[in-house]
Design a protein around this ligand. Sequence first.
Ligand SMILES: NC(=O)c1ccc[n+]([C@@H]2O[C@H](COP(=O)([O-])OP(=O)(O)OC[C@H]3O[C@@H](n4cnc5c(N)ncnc54)[C@H](OP(=O)(O)O)[C@@H]3O)[C@@H](O)[C@H]2O)c1
Length: 330
Amino acid sequence: MPRRVIAVEYTGPEALRLEETDPLGPGEGQVVIAVRAAALNPADGKGIQGQWGADLTKLPLRPGSEVAGVVTAVGGGVTAPRVGDAVVAFRVVGGWADEVRTSAANAFRLPADADLAQAAGLLLAGTTAWHLLEATGLGAGTAGADTAAGRTVIVHGASGAVGELAVQLAVLRGARVVGTASERNQDAVRALGAEPVVYGPGLEQRLRALLPDGADAALDTVGTDEAIDTSLALTGDRSRVATIAAFARGAEAGIHLLGGGPGADPGSALRAAARGPLVDLFARGALRVRVADGYPLERAREALERVMSGHPGGKVLLVPTALPDRRLLG
Ligand SMILES: NC(=O)c1ccc[n+]([C@@H]2O[C@H](COP(=O)([O-])OP(=O)(O)OC[C@H]3O[C@@H](n4cnc5c(N)ncnc54)[C@H](OP(=O)(O)O)[C@@H]3O)[C@@H](O)[C@H]2O)c1
């Protein structure tokens, strides 16, 4: 019987349980995916803590919004993907499972030899990073849009999942990127093509030493006052600063608020449209995802605790099935 992870209360990682379910069949326009890797995100933890609301009628929650795996069944009207295709899927419901069912429109084909562990962590962080760049005038270069070429960009939290993809997209678009991270992640940030700086007291001086003329844009994936203050100081222009984490402080400062927070721009259409281009870039090796570790479904609690530590060291995954192929764990 397939298994899935559920959350039975609004508390924290201790709310997780593993249960057996009936095998899924695809409805019209849907596909069923055998999950090889499912990503955990801070948003999963926040949802389980009740930060998005604690409606008891919605329990149990079925966390897990992004997976990579292989299509095992397709419903009526589905022409792509096909059974046997490797896919990455986002946004799904209940991805921390042996199998998941979703609209075919959410499943993107990957090359047969794609690294499914990396792919599983690509799209939530990637679409968020895409939105950050678009909001600050570093867009993909559509007619009339500003582009990143020759611009200087600060990425706060450059060693995090969203930060790493924001760095890579900005570098691909021709920007010079300075990224903040802890001491132990300086090399990881450098490897992405950015200039690393350590966050913490004295950050503004360290940024000014690298960017004496300031920065053209600043992207905050951390949410600290330090990140917002230094972003405003270095850009001198709140329209060039965006946050995905500091909603109260960001509203006060008049910067771009992105995502699901109060008063924020969800950017739903923009993010949905970014999935295809992100998968294309990943498939041709232009983007990569740092994988911290993969845990079996039975250890979902431990995996979520690691994500909620705020310093996971890369994407944390659940890997439901015994993996014949070590590539799945990098
Ligand atoms: N609004 C949206 O649409 C949206 C979408 C996705 C994520 N988010 C939110 O954005 C945040 C980041 O998500 P993620 O998936 O990238 O998380 P993640 O992979 O866990 O990364 C968190 C990063 O924050 C860094 N960090 C921790 N404390 C810091 C500090 N005091 N100063 C500077 N950096 C610090 C860590 O760096 P070190 O490990 O080097 O210390 C780590 O790289 C989360 O709060 C998440 O909920 C929002």
